[in-house]
Write a protein that binds this ligand. Sequence first.
Ligand code: GAL
Length: 808
Amino acid sequence: MRFSYFIFSFVTLFTLQFSGQNRKVIDLKEDWKFSKGNIQAASQKGFDDTKWETVNVPHDWAIYGPFDKEIDKQTVAIEQNGEKIPTEKTGRTGALPYIGDGWYRKTFKLSDVNENQKVLLTFDGAMSQPKVYVNGKKVGEWNYGYNYFYFDITDVLEEDNVLAVHLSNQGESSRWYPGAGLYRKVQLIVKNKESINHWGTFITTPLVFEDVAKVNVKTNVTGSDLKLVTTVFDADGNQVVSNQTITLFDNQFEQNIPVSNPKLWSPESPYLYTAVLKLYKDEKLIDEVSTKFGIRTMAYEANKGFSLNGKVRKFKGVCLHHDLGPLGAAINRSALRRQLRILKDMGVDAIRSSHNMPSLEQLELCDEMGFMFLAESFDEWAKAKVKNGYHQFFEADVEKDLVNLIHATRNHPCIVMWSSGNEVPDQFGAEGVKRAKRLQDIFHREDPTRPVTVGMDRVAQTMKSGFGALLDVPGLNYRLHLYEEAFEMFPQGFILGSETASTVSSRGVYKFPVEKASMKQYNDFQCSSYDLEYCSWSNVPDDDFVLQDDKPWVIGEFVWTGFDYLGEPTPYDDKWPSRSSYFGINDLAGLPKDRFYLYRSRWNTEDETLHVLPHWNWEGREGETTPVFVYTSYNSAELFVNGKSMGIQKKNNETPQNRYRLMWMDVNYEPGTLKVVAFDDHGNLSEEKEIHTAGTAYKIVLEPEEQKIKANGEDLAFVRVSVVDKNGIPCPTATNQLEFKVSGKGTYHAACNGDATSLELFHLPTMKLFSGKLVVLVQTTKEAGDIKLKVSGKGLKTGHVTIQSVIP
Ligand code: GAL
């Protein structure tokens, strides 16, 4: 038997990921043709698409805008938010043009695929309702835009092939920006008919001792007279152990492989092994698949809580929507890595993919970088939250959607819990209880190793109906006042804060007087960064901290949200031009808001935190009360204004805020220097920090977050841009319009300033600073070399930076 595949067309079209003899994985990334509109004939092979735009996939057709108030304008009462009267919601889904139809077409050549082989076409997600055609023949469709799916296209292949994908997005189908198009990767897998099935491997580690771990490998195959050899390699590529079997149970091999002295996977030490599975027939290798896995144990126990590798710990988690700010929904590995790097520094150890299936890239990165993962599936079951939401597909699709989620992702050690839903209105009524059980049973059937939660907001109902009692992990969204009662009522013996806080703030914006407030609005449609503003259903971070710290049965929290996202601009849902969220601990550009340091001061136990707010540029507020907060890992500190002591503050238990923040409420503003001196537990001076009143903006400063990126045409460098005065003092209120120019071996990709009300388009090479800052994203080409970014602005000294793009 000889297998060879020649890919004739442009060699650059394809990247061969795995070039084993018997299986090829081909990324379909470049040279796609794209057009908006419902063009019936576009499914046909001979259709002329030469005038269409040429794009790369992942691609989000809507992120290029323009923002428009009329897009997906929804006159609704958001019931989950307790609204009774419908109002006009403008930026609910980001005000970007995601609604409507779109077509993607791509030609590819595959020859020498012989009769013993098959070809799968895989999608990691497509937004939404993709209908897929190869050579004019429909090969399948999938409704849910967030799921992974694949089709066997062997029977329709010719030598020259045309793949056409039709996507269609309905208005009022989402509560946030969903993105549009082929926003995740698309691949071809060419392999033998007799081979390891797609997603056919399931690796678990049921027994873990210090000297040995039992690694259980179940492998579904197609074929007869087969032998499977599984070899485990350590993280350095050394062979650890090998095991073979010829015993098939129906179509499944099962191996229990001992790994001696196992190195365990955890967020602190994300150690990964690789299992290489080789399938033989008549001693001939016919398939080879390689899967990374981790060895770890976990338990969720009454009166003990959650433990990983035998150690009790609480989730220090954040919820994330899938969009990547200025990139929209289009997946980019370097942008995902950057998010995780920022969160790592904050001390985060867990992510919740709210409210849908995560990208495989994000899971791979969480495995590698050490984040536990709560993989969620749906925001709706059979009952609607939005007119055209998932409820329309629930009955027909829920089973296959869950099976695909589990099969595609179950080998990721990072996943420690599934979620079958978020705040589903099915929490009401007996039918909902049955649905919760049905979905949880599917998870248990397909993966007996992980528990299932639902993020519940109707906690009183779920206490009565039995809904909460049947879940493996009762997840409470907000509802702090019900934690105690739910703990008493529910049988599990622990409670998860599946969604917490929903505090709102705008980076670098401070409002006076400084006071706690719910659904507070201002004329500029911003929220105050004193971190005291929240929504009618939510709270400030400190309120969660109290429960997390004082109740051993609370097993952690997932804060809403790690980063701002497009859409859902609460508390300005009905105020144009608000078009993105205020919930983020980091803004839409990935720049930390003050809240970042509040969480860091408690979650990052490796490094000290000492952060002062607000900024000290309050022209016109001279003599007025301007409270100063310090977010710090130290217990006490002294504050000085222009050398005058404002006294020492110590964390204390008077209020939740006093417990977690140092606050000087009576400071009168005078320009100059604000200095904070922090003390260790023995009262010794440990660290100090100063901020200064800045003069007029003078010079642009560029700080690349990475010096070297990969010349692969995908990697991004994130460059932080700010302005300083003549003395180098950052100007925290600057709003200068800046222009960006990239030369050398890179291209300008996007910019973002984190302003939730900005209608400037991310992909145009100009943007205003917001609170003195923005971020420019520069992308590599496939050629290595220097990339130069120049940022200029009227009346400002230009900023230059060089980033190296290196051979991957
Ligand atoms: C929750 C919901 C999230 C988001 C959040 C805003 O109730 O699960 O998707 O809407 O509120 O506070």
